[in-house]
Design a protein around this ligand. Structure first.
Ligand SMILES: [Ca+2]
Ligand SMILES: [Ca+2]
Length: 325
């Protein structure tokens, strides 16, 4: 949830004109202006919690692939009871892949077989606590198609796998007015088919838009590689740090995520413009009027557009100060 916050609101009733009256020359009237500055507040939103599955889950991701050799990581997450006395992970390659070296535990892959067993081999790696992830890595070679294995067993139990979820980083961004910022999107697990991820502003300041990466495609092989979405904030005349929500939605039944974008305003605070800043007042007569108005577009028209100071015949000097509060 966002924390409620508010900006100071300029109140014409709060404009005070105070005058100090003296009885000596010079016959100049000086008018000073004090502007009010509006300062916005940024809100930080914590990232969403990760999903969970029963038993175990495995995320198999290729680290590199040059067409005949490749490397991969096998992230084993124990979502069941704690494993304290050793473990084995089994899977079958879909093709003719062969592991050449694997670390930091042991592996076997019989000659001519697609079946792989990865196993703990020392006291330091024989335990996987509930919720913990252990990630062996390996290099191998292949010919033809290098498709990922899709089914895994941990200690003889088929892993439930992981339903892909959107991983959005960060989920709260500050966008410079007139500039841009990016957030990254990836999937937590391999989808069974291509997934299209769409980012669109769903509410808030229309100056904030998705300017690049609004539509991204994730495949069963590149799902773990972050792709960037660019958020831009157009220049505007106000001094407000506008906010907008960007909905990140995905095909394939994957739950949506939300990015909160806050505009970082770049306009100076409003000021009173006094013109002229000095004038000559004929003794025993009235002063010339001074016009002044703010730069802020939301000021009420005419509320402080004109100010006339009339000097009584007995008064020769006036010092006037305008205050906004
Ligand atoms: Ca602005
Ligand atoms: Ca704006």
């Amino acid at each position: 949830m966002r924390t409620p916050w508010s900006l100071p609101v300029w109140n014409p009733q709060a404009l005070r004109i105070t005058s100090l009256i003296r009885r000596k020359p010079p016959r100049k009237v000086a008018i000073g202006a004090i502007g009010a500055l509006v300062v916005g507040a940024a809100v930080v939103i914590p990232a969403a919690a990760a999903f969970a599955a029963a038993g175990c889950s495995v995320q198999y991701s290729k680290a590199w692939d040059n067409g005949s050799g490749f490397g991969a990581n096998v992230a084993i997450t124990n979502t069941g009871d704690a494993i304290t006395n050793g473990w084995t992970l089994e899977f079958d390659f879909p093709g003719n892949q062969r592991i050449t070296d694997l670390w930091p535990v042991a592996f076997t892959q019989p000659a001519g077989s697609a079946h792989v067993t990865i196993a703990s081999n020392a006291d330091w790696n024989k335990a996987i606590a509930t919720g913990a992830t252990f990630t062996p890595g390996f290099n191998g070679n292949y010919s033809g198609v290098n498709a990922n294995p899709t089914s895994f067993k941990l200690n003889g139990t088929v892993c439930g796998g992981s339903a892909p979820a959107l991983v959005v980083t960060p989920t709260s961004v500050s966008v410079p007015e007139g500039g841009m910022v990016t957030y990254a999107v990836r999937l937590s697990a391999a989808p069974t088919a291509n997934v299209t991820v769409t980012s669109t502003r769903s509410s808030g300041d229309t100056d904030i838009t998705v300017s690049a990466g609004g539509t991204l495609t994730f495949t069963p092989t590149n799902f773990a590689t972050p792709q960037n979405v660019t958020v831009s904030a157009a220049e505007d005349a106000d001094t407000t740090n506008g906010t907008a929500n960007i909905t990140v939605s995905a095909t394939g039944g994957i739950p949506s995520a939300t990015v909160a974008a806050t505009e970082a305003d770049n306009d100076p605070g409003q000021a009173i413009v006094v013109s002229p800043t000095s004038l000559s007042v004929p003794e025993g007569s009235s002063a010339t009027s001074h016009s002044f108005g703010g730069t802020r577009s939301s000021w009420p028209a005419g509320s402080v557009s004109r100010f006339t100071q009339v000097l009584p015949p007995s008064v020769e000097t006036i010092s006037t100060q305008l205050c906004l509060s």
